[in-house]
Design a protein around this ligand. Sequence first.
Ligand SMILES: N[C@@H](CCC(=O)N[C@@H](CS)C(=O)NCC(=O)O)C(=O)O
Length: 220
Amino acid sequence: MAEEVTLLDFWPSPFGMRAKIALREKGVHFDLREEELLSNKSPLLLQMNPIHKKIPVLIHNGKPVCESHIIVQYIDETWGPESPLLPSDPHERAHARFWADYVDKKIFPSGLAVWRSTGEDQEAAKKEFIEGLKVMEGELRDKAYFGGERFGFLDVSLIPFYSWFYAVETLTDCTIGDECSKLMGWAKRCMQRETVAESLPDQHKVYDFMSEVRKKLQAQ
Ligand SMILES: N[C@@H](CCC(=O)N[C@@H](CS)C(=O)NCC(=O)O)C(=O)O
């Protein structure tokens, strides 16, 4: 029986990008359904993720998997054992998961705060955001990818945010590139992978989207 794989997505979402990268890394063919997230969530999304009502949702043969890191791990366990995203050693696996959790708990919220805030709050948010990225650089050290020579789970977790950097820098006068040159080198290396380049939207398109939403938020 042919497999049915559908991804409910919203193009600027870094969480959706994680799922797309992982599916493409494993060579899985999938049907991409774009949600009208801001105005009109589909009945399928509400049915498949009734708890959080958020994308991404991976639907594999009718069964939903929610939450991007859980989706990436599901993809890793289900397809392409010859090209694993997580390491085989349990401690190294736990280590990769710890840092992916750091991305969600630290990098994403502080990046969002930079974009949303103004004035003094924004300066404080920028400081926290850059500090978090520097901590990630410390974990990267001189490796090609976070796990070593192979592109893996933590790279999938963090690289989607690179598509937001131009918008954050331009809208808020924040200099990520100058502050975190090692991380930029890693990001450019990741972008050379077809699976990543195909999954991240154009940074100018993200800029247009983020600047529109920011204007609406500031008008409220
Ligand atoms: N922790 C979730 C976060 C997913 C998330 O925040 N999705 C956003 C889009 S970026 C969403 O669906 N928002 C809709 C809403 O909040 O109603 C994950 O990792 O998948």
